[in-house]
Design a protein around this ligand. Structure first.
Ligand code: GLC
Length: 511
């Protein structure tokens, strides 16, 4: 089981209001108690933070905001002592505009070797005043920005599929791949156990950067027909990166792959490419039995064909939190508990996003002046973006910032979270946190979770039941009324069970 840390929001050790690696180190005991096997730490490399660290200006250093290299070394050493592995985010698709390469590209002018590391093009139309093609940025606005050349005159344009502060690298340039390999080895040699590869379906661009047939894509929308992603050339890149990983047999590479088609998705986890790929199907599926069943079938089918392990996640730092997605309030909590047990019963690797184990809802009423996601500005203040799922974690006490920081948190925290602090939830057996702890422990110790085999089991309409090879039976009741459970001992349930009745919106594990 992997635990995703969004470092800005996890724990702050120096009182500047932004979480850091010192804060993470102080909380490793908590993560050990939770029972996690490995951490995925979102980007902590040097960055001007235009996109929460996904705009990297030096991929082989840790930003001082997070505590510098020494702080990472301490996290790795202590996590290893506690039996946890540490993976970190790497961002191959783009750099920060402040990366020395981009500064050199601007200074060197059209046609230079420095510009060839990125996608610079002349504009279209008289005087080159139109962007080179009609692509839109995932964060809104055009995907091209025009630069001012050394002579002070507007000149070429550069491609940025994300924010203008994130120029796309040209992976056809051998220097780009060589530098990324150097970055991988730098961290692996330092003891990192692997990577989450950002936008792993990006990197390879369509030949000639042609116009898109339908450039009117929504913001943060993932679509298999989007020609900017999932181009065949990306697999050659992953094969190259895999050769580096193979020099470090302990290490794992997990790709962020927003591809729906089962066959195309599976291609990323062929034996000579990524070890694992993020599968967002459960995170995109409403609380509906047929849809959940379909998501599970596709997830398993996509990777079975190539002999890879499935992965599961209900949320991450880009997605509305599940409690809110499932309806919010008591209903959202009940369904999130049910889905946590369903997810943790499935074969494969589970990724839990920090705060999911506390049942945190999305914060949808952040004041506008607090919003930091570039989407807010880029959309002309029409889309609030992803800050609502990035609000810092409540640890202790009755008032914000709940010991997250000694200062003012970088995003305001709701006063109602007094009920959701780690401190409160550790004391209550019926809390979301206690449910996660019990489930994770059972999952890692009981033989009923063994084997990779999986079969659906007959169940009443509106319900789902499946059996693992090891013997675990997982039953989800997505109807509005209780159902009778099949025979067997109840190992764990998302709500208390009386008279063998599984209440509405809940899940039980039986052996
Ligand atoms: C990935 C990250 C997201 C980031 C984007 C650009 O989708 O998960 O947070 O904004 O890549 O790097």
């Amino acid at each position: 089981m992997f635990y995703q840390v969004y470092p800005r929001s996890f724990a702050d050790s120096d009182g500047d209001g932004v979480g850091d690696l010192g804060g993470l180190r102080e909380k490793l005991g908590y993560l050990e108690l939770l029972g996690i096997d490995a951490l995925w730490i979102c980007p902590v490399m040097r960055s001007p933070m235009a996109d929460g660290g996904y705009d990297v200006s030096d991929p082989r250093d840790i930003d001082p905001l997070f505590g510098g290299l020494a702080a990472l070394d301490e996290v790795v050493a202590e996590a290893h002592d506690r039996g946890m592995r540490v993976t970190m985010d790497l961002v191959p698709n783009h750099t920060s505009e402040r990366h020395p390469w981009f500064a050199a590209a601007l200074a060197s002018g059209p046609g230079s070797a420095q510009r060839a590391r990125y996608h610079f093009r002349d504009g279209r139309g008289p005087g080159g005043v139109e962007p080179p093609n009609n692509w839109r940025s995932v964060f809104g606005g055009p995907a091209w920005t025009r630069v001012v050349e050394a002579d002070g005159v507007p000149g070429q344009w550069y491609l940025h599929i994300f924010a203008p502060e994130q120029p796309d690298l040209n992976w056809e340039n051998p220097e780009v791949a060589a530098d990324f390999e150097r970055t991988m080895r730098f961290w692996l040699d330092r003891g990192i156990d692997g990577f989450r590869i950002d936008v792993a379906h990006g990197m390879a661009k369509p030949e000639g950067l042609p116009d898109m047939a339908n450039s009117d894509t929504g913001m943060l929308v993932h679509d298999d027909d989007d020609p900017r992603f999932n181009n065949p050339g990306v697999h050659e890149i992953h094969r190259r990166l895999r050769k580096v990983m193979d020099d470090y047999p302990r290490a794992v590479a997990i790709g962020e792959v927003w591809v729906d088609d089962d066959t195309r998705f599976g291609e990323y986890v062929r034996p000579d490419e990524l070890h694992l790929a993020f599968n967002f199907r459960l995170a995109e599926t409403p609380f509906h039995p047929d849809r959940i069943r379909d998501a599970v079938d596709h997830s398993l089918g996509a990777v079975a064909a190539v002999g890879a392990s499935p992965t599961w996640t209900l949320s991450n730092h880009d997605i509305e939190r599940e409690v809110t997605r499932y309806g919010g309030g008591a209903l959202g909590q009940a369904r999130a508990r049910a889905m946590a047990l369903l997810e943790l019963a499935l074969p494969g690797a589970v990724f839990v996003y920090n705060g999911a184990e506390l049942g945190l809802p999305n914060v949808d009423d952040l004041p506008e002046n607090a919003l930091r996601d570039p989407v807010w500005e880029r959309s002309g203040h029409t889309q609030r973006g992803r800050d609502g799922c990035r609000v810092p974690l409540p640890w202790e006490g009755n008032r914000p910032p709940f010991s997250f920081t000694a200062g003012a948190p970088w995003l305001p925290m709701p006063a109602e979270w007094a009920q959701l602090t780690v401190e409160t939830q550790l004391e209550r057996l019926d809390s979301m946190l206690s449910l996660y702890r019990m489930a994770i422990e059972l999952r890692s110790t009981r033989p009923e979770f063994g084997g990779t085999g999986f079969q659906w089991f007959g169940s009443p309409p509106g319900c789902l039941a499946f059996r693992r090879d090891g013997g675990l039976l997982c039953v989800l009741n997505a109807t509005d009324s209780p159902i009778l459970l099949p025979a067997g001992e109840v190992l764990l349930s998302s709500v208390p069970i009386a008279a063998r009745k599984l209440p509405a919106n809940s899940t039980a594990w039986l052996v």
